[in-house]
Design a protein around this ligand. Sequence first.
Ligand code: FEO
Length: 171
Amino acid sequence: MISKKMVQALNKQVNNEIYSAYLYLSMSSYTNYIGLKGAANWFMVQYQEEMVHAMKIYDYVNSQGNHAQLAAIAAPPAEFGTLLSMFEQTLKHEQFITNCINELMDLAIKEKDHATQIFLQWFVTEQIEEEGNDNDIIAKLKLIGDSPQGLMMIDRDMAARVFTPPATTAA
Ligand code: FEO
């Protein structure tokens, strides 16, 4: 049994995750446009992962006899500057998402909602990985500086990222 307050907070997080997907889809489009096809692939995989995150929460809310309710998704920016700036924006966004997950966990603890605490554990771990990936890429981009060859090498690496669909989004 999840409280009404918890359901509302989880519904808000469905919206945050779909916005994340939308943001990375826009970044994919932008990097494709400026000729960074590998980065476009990286952000497209990120978009797909964010949709999985949204669906996990949606399925959890609905599986508990509640109603996952959807709200309008804000428009993301269309242009993002350099690849380094894009990853700095990505890290900043993921730090915001980590904060949202922490707040959800705080609420679940406050309400002694053990089921939701266990459910959210996956997201706590996922955010460590997400921020770690962004930090790694930012460090590499800072190392290569203005080198076009370096940028092409990173872009080639990013082309190799593959989306692995989960067997299920059920909790
Ligand atoms: Fe779903 Fe990137 O956090």
